[in-house]
Ligand binder design. Structure first.
Ligand code: PGA
Length: 305
């Protein structure tokens, strides 16, 4: 049987998602390129690996067998690369990290600073929401992740390094602007523009209000903080976002924060990785850099943006 590691990787990703489209997205390929690699693998296996029933695809018995082998082969390869990387040291290393959509507002600054001191480290940055990050951690796809507190039960190491206050934002002319200690009940009469369900900001906000028996009127749902800011500025409602995302708009007076009881909701940012993961020298160095950089700012907010 002749096959390439690339075909195996494409097959493994498609099998993991049970979707050629999602595999194409993850691997930054087109969908026909994914189908082609899998077709070639099926040809050399002389067996179909996927079958389509209705709109869904499933692994065939041969596909399931191959999936187990592919996973082990790819894990071995990764370990091999890591061992070689350890031997080469941090100089020529690679850093493959993923950060929460909201953390991207400061992560790029952190990376820029790190990269200045380690110019030969190749950096790959992925930006996705909380649910996406948890999935990547589960699949051991990344060296490190920067996100809000991960769930306790996962087999993860999570080290806090910076505060992440969530604030209520409004357009400058909003009737609640300038009021002091707005009671949370008053917010029930307002419409909120919110992030998608899979977002950490969204779940923190929902947890906060549901433990206080308050039901917010959620209007439009958006997958980006930028879109929320625009919508709030345009008067479509109030928003709840991390303060990291609105620094510039607050300074320019395009948005204001409301002074509500118990606000801001205080969250933290964490550097997260799988327990027992053998971190590459570059990843170890980056972790130390983030924790040290945070220490420097006395575990408040880093002056980055
Ligand atoms: P998110 O942020 O809302 O961009 O997913 C992550 C988090 O706050 O946990």
């Amino acid at each position: 049987m002749h096959f390439t590691l690339r075909q195996l990787k494409v097959f493994h990703t498609a099998a993991r998602h049970l979707s050629f489209t999602r595999a194409a997205e993850e691997l930054h390929l087109t969908q026909p390129a994914v189908s082609m690699q899998i077709k070639q693998l099926e040809n050399s296996a002389e067996l179909p690996l996927f079958e389509q029933l209705g709109k869904k695809i499933y692994l065939t018995a041969a596909g399931k067998e191959l999936f187990d082998y592919a996973r082990n082969i790819l894990l071995q390869l990764e370990e091999m690369e890591q061992v070689l990387e350890q031997m080469r040291g941090v100089r020529a290393g690679r850093l493959d990290i993923s950060v929460a959509t909201t953390a991207n507002y400061f992560a790029t600054w952190l990376l820029a600073e790190f990269s200045q001191n380690h110019p030969d480290v190749t950096i790959k940055l992925d930006v996705t929401n909380r649910a996406g990050l948890l999935q990547q951690l589960e699949h051991n796809d990344k060296d490190l992740v920067i996100m809000g507190r991960p769930p306790e039960q996962r087999d993860l190491v999570a080290e806090p390094f910076m505060d992440n206050p969530l604030v209520i934002i409004a357009a400058p002319g909003h009737p609640l602007c300038g009021e002091e200690r707005i009671p949370l009940q008053r917010l029930q009469g307002e419409t909120f523009v919110v992030r998608e369900q899979a977002s950490g900001t969204r779940s923190a906000m929902e947890r906060f209000f549901s433990t206080r028996d308050i039901t917010l009127n959620t209007g439009m749902e958006m997958t980006s903080n930028e879109a929320i800011k625009q919508a709030v500025e345009a008067g479509l409602g109030l928003g709840i976002v991390s303060v990291h995302t609105v620094k510039r708009e607050l300074e320019a007076g395009h948005l204001v924060t409301l002074n509500a009881e118990e606000f801001p909701i205080l969250r933290h940012w964490y550097v997260v990785y799988r327990r027992g993961k053998r971190l590459s020298p570059a990843a170890r160095r980056f972790r130390e850099f983030v924790l040290r950089r945070a220490d420097h700012s006395q575990y408040g907010t880093m002056d980055l943006t």
